[in-house]
Design a protein around this ligand. Sequence first.
Ligand SMILES: [Zn+2]
Length: 163
Amino acid sequence: MGNCIYCGKPAGFFRKRHRECEERYKNTWNAMILKAKEVALGVGQIMNLEGELHNLAKEGYVSQDKIKEALILGWEEAVLHFLEDGNLDAQEEEKLVAYAEYFGFTQNDLDKRGIYTRFVQGAVLREVLEGKVPQRFKTADPLPFNFQKSESLVWAFSNVKYY
Ligand SMILES: [Zn+2]
């Protein structure tokens, strides 16, 4: 007799999970990400968020060490939502930065799926549209060319193939 990986109770011969428990886990996980996304979008109280995710997780068999992941996935979804119209306006950027700072996330945390890069691109595009020269892109790699006086770096894509 196998025990359910979610509730720990017997799940029947050759079975590792109850269908209802798995369902509950998945629904909880999605609800956690949605909750985090809403707060990153600026809806709801940021100081209550971790506690709310903690409670949801407990009810839905989600391990407490997945909370950070849910917080990050929520931020990523908020970025993609704000970027749907093509760029990131200043208030949108502020909300996303405030959320990331509140939880102490690093660029590394936020760029596992390349979303931090898209966030910066969105802000760079806004500045271009506003007629400013964006200065926020920094590259660690040396560039294979020199700038003229009137030129500055807006963006560099690495490892680009060309023909
Ligand atoms: Zn179960």
